[in-house]
Write a protein that binds this ligand. Structure first.
Ligand code: ATP
Ligand code: MG
Length: 226
């Protein structure tokens, strides 16, 4: 099992509001270490719900979610947020960055939460800024840079603490095709060069073409892939 980084066993997520919806309806799957996978499927098929469960942002109604062999469905809230901070990086469709902080401060933020000492923190942040070519933007605030640049900064913040997995929910949805392509190119390079595992969701054909494997969802079930 050491090559499996995330494993889901019979996972069900039911939203129990006015309308009862089984957003994830009995999914078992695993994500291999170092892979670049994409979750595809129509709107409402459960992509966001599945990613939220994989990343411990939400708890399953039933079933188990293992990250590096730890059953996160059994973790307490505090233990889960600590684990999430150390092991996972998140990139969302929008509003990734904190508007009042500079790009540098945004990238530094997860390390601050983890209590990294000043020297180590500075080095990690500088290395990432250089690696992703964000030098000229580092003292600016998110709203004064472009959407593509913001997503690049969001990737920087997600990878700065060297997580095992990056989960990205439709990261290119708000980008034009040129910026979308360069963001996916960047993620692909980090996957190849640093061995970081990526799980994306998208319905963009360009993104799906770049993925090593594709999991197709419909009505909360896997219809192909996994
Ligand atoms: N917080 C919620 N409360 C109730 N129902 C929800 C909630 N979040 C999602 N759902 C329902 O769960 C199902 C799956 O939603 P989800 O957001 O996971 O789909 P998706 O594949 O990400 O869609 P999209 O492509 O539009 O982002 C949908 O039927 C949706 O209406
Ligand atoms: Mg979604």
């Amino acid at each position: 099992m050491e090559n499996t980084v995330i494993r889901l066993k019979e996972v069900v997520k039911i939203y129990d509001g006015e309308y009862k919806v089984a957003a994830v309806n009995g999914i078992s799957m695993s994500v291999e270490r170092g892979s670049f996978s994409c979750i595809a499927g129509p709107s409402g098929s459960g992509k966001t719900s599945l990613l939220n469960l994989m990343g411990g942002l939400d708890k399953p109604t039933s079933g188990d979610v293992f990250i590096e062999d730890k059953n996160i469905a059994k973790f307490s809230r505090t233990k889960l947020s600590d684990f999430r901070l150390k092991k996972l990086g998140f990139v969302f469709q929008e509003l990734n960055l904190i508007p009042v902080l500079t790009i540098r401060e945004n990238i530094e933020f997860p390390l601050l939460l983890q209590g990294w000492d000043e020297t180590r923190k500075k080095k990690a942040v500088n290395d990432i800024i250089e690696e992703l070519g964000l030098e000229k933007l580092s003292e600016r605030r998110p709203l004064s840079i472009s959407g593509g640049q913001q997503q690049r900064a969001a990737v920087a913040r997600a990878i700065v603490s060297n997580p095992a997995v990056i989960l990205a929910d439709e990261p290119t949805a708000n980008l034009d095709s040129g910026n979308a392509r360069s963001l996916i190119g960047l993620m692909n390079r980090l996957n190849r060069e640093k061995g970081i595992t990526f799980v994306l969701s998208s319905h963009d054909e360009m993104v799906l073409k770049e993925a090593g494997s594709i999991i197709y969802l419909r009505d909360g079930k896997i219809i192909q892939g996994a």
